[in-house]
Design a protein around this ligand. Structure first.
Ligand code: NAP
Length: 290
């Protein structure tokens, strides 16, 4: 890490509560160092009650941009001067750019999902996809699938089925997509739904540290060797779900890939510079010790 800062060093950072588990400072500061840029990325632990003041401070201090994480991703929209098209449809932002006091909100999770799945684009087109979860990241996943990957159908599978139904209606209204079916997350009934899916995506925190023994389905017949299984959970990078799917011959994709790609888009929005994503991905694996 560089140890001298100059009069022109620009600040970017992370705003959330709590933020102690985040890998974003590592990803961005290593990129800054690799590219010899005059930036620094700092974490700011800000509870909801201080959000408005934090944004006033951002403008007053000329902070160039923030990543936004839990619990502010939805709440933050109201404070933006402008919101990108995808963030407006998804209803949440994870990146703010401060352009001389004008704040624009973006959702770069879309880029994270897009870049991660892009190598499999031809495999996914016209096939069935199962998405487990109906929260904020599921919305970014479903938006990206509909917009860029053209699956024949999307199953939204959620613990609380009404939330999946609400998403089905939401995407029908917002994107005129009528290929969504909904199911309750109840594994014995889901083997056929999962096994007939070309792509299974976990967009829940199930399997995340410290509960890494949890899994959305432990039924190994859910997985086939033709499948791609993408877990948004990135800690641990190889989740129990990915290990089980992989043991059945499926192609596992770690949430760590998406984490780096969403960060790359935020970085580009703030600095105009490209992140060397392969190099950062490898550094992150070493840092985590995976
Ligand atoms: P969220 O908005 O809180 O949504 C959580 C979803 O998970 C809901 O559908 C919830 O179901 C379900 N869920 C939670 N606990 C569950 C459990 N024990 N069993 C079954 N379902 C459960 O969260 P989010 O922002 O979408 O994030 C979800 C995960 O994605 C997190 O692990 C996050 O770290 C990860 N993520 C990763 C990246 C990346 O770059 N890799 C980016 C964004 C998010 P109910 O509706 O029934 O409550």
């Amino acid at each position: 890490m560089k140890n001298s800062f100059h009069l022109n060093t620009k600040i970017i950072g992370l705003l959330g509560h709590p933020i102690k588990q985040s890998y974003s400072p590592f990803i961005h500061n290593v990129t800054i160092e690799l590219k010899s840029l005059d930036y620094i990325y700092l974490p700011f632990d800000v509870p909801a009650a201080n959000l408005k003041n934090a944004l006033k401070g951002m403008v007053a201090l000329g902070i160039k941009g923030f990543n936004i994480t839990i619990p502010h991703k939805e709440n933050m929209l109201q404070y933006m001067n402008d919101v990108s098209e995808e963030a407006s449809i998804i209803g949440s932002i994870n990146t703010i750019v401060n352009d001389l006091g004008k704040l624009t909100g973006y959702n770069t999770d879309v880029n994270g999902v897009f870049e991660t799945l892009n190598p499999y684009k031809d495999d996914i087109a016209g096939k069935i996809v199962s998405v487990v979860g109906a929260g904020g990241s599921a919305r970014a996943v479903i938006y990206t699938l509909i917009r860029y990957f053209k699956p024949s159908a999307i199953h939204i599978i959620n613990r609380t089925e009404q939330r999946a139904d609400a998403l089905k209606k939401y995407f029908n209204d917002k994107m005129k997509y009528d290929g969504i079916k909904t199911r309750e997350l109840f594994p014995p009934d889901l083997v056929e739904t999962f096994s007939s899916s070309k792509l299974i995506i976990n967009a829940t925190p199930v399997g995340m540290f410290p509960d890494q023994d949890d899994i959305i389905t432990a039924l190994e017949n859910s997985f086939t060797k033709e499948q791609i299984v993408f877990d948004l959970v990135y800690n641990p990078p190889m989740t129990k779900l990915l290990k089980l799917a992989s043991s059945r011959g499926a192609e596992p994709i770690s949430g760590l890939k998406m984490l780096v790609h969403q960060a790359a888009k935020s970085f580009e929005l703030w600095t105009g510079e490209e992140m060397p994503t392969d190099q950062i991905y490898k550094s992150l694996q070493l840092f985590i010790g995976d």
